[in-house]
Design a protein around this ligand. Structure first.
Ligand SMILES: C[S@@+](CC[C@H](N)C(=O)[O-])C[C@H]1O[C@@H](n2cnc3c(N)ncnc32)[C@H](O)[C@@H]1O
Length: 229
């Protein structure tokens, strides 16, 4: 996956201190989460995990739907996995899927450090190879999609069939790095092949015959959320 800085919405200088304050109060990380996030680059992994505010949002969403079973596509170093797993009750389980074995190894170590190993299974493999095998462990209360953007349509289709009624499907990077709306991307642009699958994924999330409600939460990256009908 290409390594790029995460573009953020421009909230302007005036509101930045306000947002920093909110992050410190509402989305605060403890030392374990901060260490996992901050040590990701030194472990040779790209610094592309969700931020603390998005981690808190994932924790909130998992809590809001009373999640006991969660599936995540795209583990990286396990930062978002730890936020999600912390929202699980005793006996709850997060299945998280990671394509890169090196990332999966670091994630397992971090999840162990966070004391969450009993609640998390890290599956090493490609999302669409692993997900069909996980259907037997469903239905799931929440699916969080944060892997290869060209796969989003397939992931959302799988989630629509494997998340229970009232459960949530959540997609990160739904603004597609600011390029979601662009019809003029040069064919050799890195995001050009991702536009159609991301739009198709969002179209499905907005299909009211499948999902009762869908919203774009305006994080810097865009976090699309839909409730399974
Ligand atoms: C943005 S990172 C995930 C960040 C993580 N959710 C977090 O916030 O801590 C995307 C991850 O998806 C993995 N990935 C890419 N293609 C994948 C695929 N087809 N199946 C599963 N994982 C994939 C990458 O190796 C990378 O570790």
């Amino acid at each position: 996956m290409p390594h790029r800085p995460r573009p953020q919405l421009d909230f302007g200088e005036r509101t930045k201190p306000l947002l920093d304050f909110v992050t410190k109060t509402i989305a605060r990380e403890d030392g374990v989460l901060r260490d996992i996030r901050e040590s990701t680059p030194s472990q040779g992994l790209p610094p592309i995990s969700v931020g603390p505010d998005e981690g808190r949002l994932l924790h909130f969403l998992a809590s809001a739907c009373g999640a006991k079973k969660i599936v995540e596509v795209g583990t990286l170093a396990g930062y978002s996995a730890c936020w999600l797993a912390r929202a699980l009750p005793e006996g709850g389980m997060l299945h998280t899927i990671e394509y890169d074995p090196k990332h999966a190894k670091v994630a397992k170590e971090n999840i162990e450090l966070a004391g969450l190993t009993p609640k998390v299974i890290v599956h090493t493999g490609a999302g669409m190879d692993v997900l069909p095998r996980l259907s037997a462990s469903g239905p799931f209360d929440l699916a969080f999609i944060d892997a290869d953007k060209t796969g989003y349509e397939d992931y959302v289709l799988w989630a629509a069939n494997n998340v229970r009624s009232g459960g949530f499907v959540v997609c990160d990077n739904a603004y597609l790095f600011g390029n979601l709306h662009r019809d003029d991307l040069p064919p050799d642009h890195d995001d050009a092949p991702k536009v159609a699958p991301m739009r198709a994924a969002l179209k499905l999330l907005a299909d009211e015959t499948v999902f009762s409600s869908c919203a774009m939460i305006p994080t810097g990256e865009g976090m699309a959320v839909a409730v399974r009908r």
